[in-house]
Write a protein that binds this ligand. Sequence first.
Ligand SMILES: Cc1cc2nc3c(=O)[nH]c(=O)nc-3n(C[C@H](O)[C@H](O)[C@H](O)COP(=O)(O)OP(=O)(O)OC[C@H]3O[C@@H](n4cnc5c(N)ncnc54)[C@H](O)[C@@H]3O)c2cc1C
Length: 364
Amino acid sequence: MTASYARDVTNDHPSIVVVGGGIIGLTTAFRLARRGHAVTIFDPAPARGATYAAAGMIAPTAEIAPGEESNYRFQRGAIDAWRDMNREINETIGRTVSIAQTGTLIVGWDASDRRLIEQFQSVATEFGAPMRAVTRAQEPDLFDGLSARIGEGLLMHEDGWLDPDEAVARLLEANERLGVVVVRERVVSATVSDGAVVVEADSGATRADYGIIATGADGLPGGLTVPKAPTVRPVRGVTVRVQSLDRSELPTVRAYVRGRAFYMVSRPGGYCVLGATAEEKPQPLVEVGELQRLLRDGLDIVPELESAPLLEIRNGLRPATTDLRPFFVPLAEPRWWWSSGHYRHGVTVAPLAALDALAAIGAS
Ligand SMILES: Cc1cc2nc3c(=O)[nH]c(=O)nc-3n(C[C@H](O)[C@H](O)[C@H](O)COP(=O)(O)OP(=O)(O)OC[C@H]3O[C@@H](n4cnc5c(N)ncnc54)[C@H](O)[C@@H]3O)c2cc1C
């Protein structure tokens, strides 16, 4: 079959194929198209992978974990990076993604959970993360809606959140305005031929000057190899959407409950995202047991969830590497790069991941 060529190839602005239209592929395409590249995204179901399940927390401090200092340093610039990209989105379509910087409140359910918070605090202190201890007695509003047995917590004021559904809608609109073509097909193989990249999908072959793989936990399509392999494994997560209390002006609630992690991100009007499970399983489904544990933990921390209408349950596969760090690497086949491994932080770091693509293409 004859290969079609992605449009408008010039020496100044080579054409680019992006395989995968999750938050990483969409921000990557946006930044490349803003620079003047002709970009084509291939994805059978754009933004219906992990991005669809994400709660949208931009929470570098609350996400601190032992051994992940480099992740913390990388993510600390994420809210500013989103604001920078918002300026570009605004220039493109006259609208932006709402970004709330309400902070995170971490609380514990029982004595051993409070011990986990102490351990978290000592790691976060080592990383130099800003936070302060708070009590219900002194700042009752912070604890609005939380179980009466919770009287203290840790407040991390730099953290924030956005709504991934809104971010995706804005990016799709902005990309369309910039002429990015979205082909709703799965790429079955990706190769290099005669100084161009070639992708094979249902409708045939498409050529472009360069290609970027952003397929999340799905890994590489056939035909591509990595010289020194980062491996990506799927870590399944479930989020539950309910109509409940409006804490959108207050910190996002995170809790340890019987050793498990729980969070509730509250948006204006009381649309709340409860999350999230973490299962080392590749099947994109929801198990009754994981859902039951998530809801039980939520009910303990936020008792009024008892009567909250359940709106939706979503699941997705987080792309995790062995060292839990994201990567942007050239593949063994020239002209191809792979952007993945964003694990539980892909929404947070998406504008930064897109900068890697700009730098790589700019240097080629
Ligand atoms: C339950 C849950 C909660 C989360 N909460 C947060 C959060 O609060 N904050 C945060 O920062 N991160 C969060 N994350 C992590 C974040 O969602 C991911 O890191 C991020 O979505 C990864 O983006 P991606 O674009 O790499 O992958 P995806 O969103 O999975 O997108 C990959 C896309 O590639 C497409 N694709 C795959 N193979 C092919 C192919 N061969 N051809 C064409 N297209 C293909 C898929 O259809 C998909 O649309 C959460 C994740 C989960 C699961």
